[in-house]
Design a protein around this ligand. Structure first.
Ligand code: FES
Length: 115
């Protein structure tokens, strides 16, 4: 099912737009000419990813510094702070996958695809 978010022209690069749908809050983001959609809540401890740092195709959660790829929600384990790697096993960290959604552009509108 496709749900319309808003017009493509209303997005600015790396400025998140929070979209609510059936009780979920989803961040829709234009970043380096690509559109992405992902859950607003960080899978680690519900940090607000709409307030995260967006760079090089990823979002960094400002709560504890985990960085997720926008394309698939996996953690970028190359960019972990020593504070995190010293205290949390990498196998456990890899369980924190950010939920992402498929974004579809039709004419000049942006949609999210829901199952
Ligand atoms: S809540 Fe996001 S890294 Fe901990």
């Amino acid at each position: 099912m496709l749900v319309k978010v808003r017009n493509k022209d209303e997005f600015q690069d790396s400025v998140p737009f929070v979209f609510s749908h059936e009780g979920f809050e989803i961040v829709v983001l234009l970043h380096i000419k690509e559109f992405y959609a992902f859950n607003k809540d960080c899978p680690h401890a519900k940090g607000d990813l709409s307030k995260g740092r967006f760079e090089n195709g990823s979002v960094t959660c400002l709560n504890h510094g985990l960085q997720f790829y926008l394309c698939n929600g996996n953690i970028n384990t190359d960019e972990l702070d020593e504070d995190i790697t010293d205290n949390i096993d990498l196998e456990i960290l890899n369980k924190y996958v950010l939920k992402t959604y498929t974004v579809v552009a039709i004419n000049n509108d942006i949609y999210i695809e829901f199952p």
